[in-house]
Design a protein. Structure first.
Lengths: 416, 109
């Protein structure tokens, strides 16, 4: 029997993009997309940017137009949570008792915001930022807030700080247990540059400090740090990272280790079950190792790759990791994987317009830049092709990177 | 068409042709609009400079053949047709006719 029923659990950017790709590649199949939220599938990058500032409306975040599911015969179950997966019977059970049989299943369950479990954590005015509803609640609150305290100097915390300083009229203090911003996955020069950017806009930082409680009568009024210092706060944002939503996979017996483990074809350890997006710890052929990436790119690209494999067109996911953040009107991008202590050269075009290139044993491994998307893209292509230019060549802003991309051939292809 | 350049009021002189090198882009202003002009394989193309995904200058983006990628988020457009080719861009950008005469670049609005 050729007729297939594809079931997708998780209706975020990854799940919805996979549904689109499945429909394109297999016009006659049945497709069911199951999501917990009541909204149509939306992209999350703007939750911590344009939605907070009010410059982007929620309709602009939609992955597909509202008629898409009906027009493309995709069964979209919103506000639905999945209770369990039975891989032997090939069945998915919803919390309301409903069951779906699948021929192939895709897990795009994403991540959830890590919770700070301390006294006062449930007070009104303590926000997390993962969903559209949370972003809109924070947007509304920031309109009247005077003293914002942000717990965690990761990307979410810093983007919120940037919006609050640019668009709102409040003091901003960031409390971070580490000794600087962005402790995870970014090079030291990038931390320094972003830290400076925030300092120049008047953000206060308390490094090496943890928050022990939120105080207030129903609504947060103060934030107590472990060194005894108490900060006045009428609005708090907790941004201490996310956790992959792996429970369903684990309960169904799939291999889970820092995410749902998948190979480069997005296959889990169980037949006919695939996974894509934030939730995966995936084998990256380019990097030659497993990696979990919480990014737009993974949601966008890996989901399409998974769909192709589900349809029966073997496709390897081999994107070079790429990430962006927008802060204070500066577009900051990172490409590749950069470990600490690597050789670095800087290519500069002026204030807030530069790029740093990184090398592992004289081989180009990544770059980050401020307002340098063109060069980051060139770097991504160099990495894809395995071209490693001379550091001095890259450092000179006169040298043309695109010409280098065009002249180079792919040298690091691997035989499977 | 070329012979009408100087008389047709819809053709606007926007730049000297020497400002634009092969396989590159420049941004020009014409009647309050920001327009990106490209020169690829000796052919000129003109499109709206603003990305339809979010405001960014496409002339600052990454050009490969006749595809321009937005420098902010890698949304991609065909510079011949204006068509959006790659997410996050979904909507096309406007295209304009371009002519070069006597060392000047003209676009038709």
């Amino acid at each position: 029997m050729d007729f297939k029923h594809y079931v997708i659990i998780g209706a975020g950017q990854a799940g919805c993009n996979a549904a689109k790709a499945l429909r394109l590649g297999d016009p006659d199949s049945a497709i069911t997309l199951i999501g917990e939220e009541s909204h149509n599938p939306y992209e999350r990058p703007h939750l911590s940017k344009g939605i907070l500032s009010g410059t982007v409306q929620k309709e602009q975040l939609l992955v597909v137009n509202p008629d898409y599911f009906k027009d493309n015969r995709i069964q979209f179950r919103r506000s639905s949570s999945v209770e369990s997966i039975d891989p032997r019977a090939r069945k998915v059970s919803l919390a309301n008792g409903e069951q779906f049989s699948y021929s192939r299943l895709l897990l795009t369950t994403g991540s959830r915001a890590r919770q700070l479990r301390i006294p006062g954590g449930n007070l009104a005015g303590v926000h997390y930022l993962r969903t559209l509803d949370q972003a809109q609640a924070l947007h509304d609150h920031l309109a009247t807030a005077s003293h914002l305290v942000i717990v965690g100097a990761g990307f979410i915390g810093l983007e919120v700080a940037s919006i609050a300083k640019e668009y709102k009229n409040c003091t901003v203090t960031v409390v971070e247990t580490g000794d600087t911003v962005l402790q995870r996955g970014v090079p030291v020069e990038m931390r320094e540059q972003i830290h400076q950017l925030h300092q120049s806009h008047g953000v206060n930082f308390r490094f090496g400090k943890s928050v022990v409680s939120f105080l207030g009568d129903g609504h947060v009024a103060k934030v107590e740090c472990q060194d005894g210092v108490t900060l006045v706060a009428d609005c708090v944002v907790v941004g201490i990272g996310v956790e992959p939503r792996t429970e369903l996979a684990r309960d169904a017996g799939l291999a889970v280790q820092n995410g749902i483990v998948v190979n480069q074809y997005c296959e889990t350890s169980t037949a006919d079950i695939y996974a894509a997006g934030d939730v995966t710890s995936h084998w990256n052929v380019q990097l030659d190792r497993f990696i979990r990436l919480e990014s737009w790119q993974t949601a966008q690209m890996q989901s399409v790759c998974a769909a192709q494999n589900m349809i029966g067109a073997p496709t390897s996911y081999d994107q070079i990791p790429w990430f962006w953040t927008d802060q204070y009107g500066v577009n900051i991008q990172l490409v590749g994987v950069i470990e600490s202590g690597q050789k670095v050269v800087r290519r500069s075009y002026g204030n807030n317009h530069f790029i740093y290139f990184y090398f592992t044993e004289d081989k180009l491994c990544g770059a980050f830049g401020f307002n340098a998307g063109k060069y980051i893209r060139a770097t991504q292509k160099l990495l894809e092709k395995g071209i490693s230019p001379d550091p001095d060549f890259l450092a000179n802003p006169e040298n043309d990177l695109r010409r280098l991309v065009k002249s180079g051939s792919k040298t690091n292809s691997k035989v499977e | 068409m070329t012979q009408n350049i100087t008389s047709d009021k819809h053709w606007i002189d926007v730049a000297a042709s020497e400002e634009l090198e092969e396989d590159d882009a420049i941004k020009v202003e014409a009647e309050g609009k920001a327009i990106a002009i490209f020169l690829v394989d000796n052919m000129y193309y003109a499109i709206d400079d603003g990305c339809t995904h979010e405001y960014a200058s496409l002339s600052e983006g990454y050009l490969e053949d006749t595809v321009i990628e937005c420098p902010l988020h890698q949304g991609a457009f065909c510079i011949k047709t204006g068509k959006a080719l790659h997410a996050p861009a979904e909507h096309p950008v406007g295209t304009y006719e371009v002519e070069v005469k006597e060392g000047r670049i003209y676009i038709r609005l």
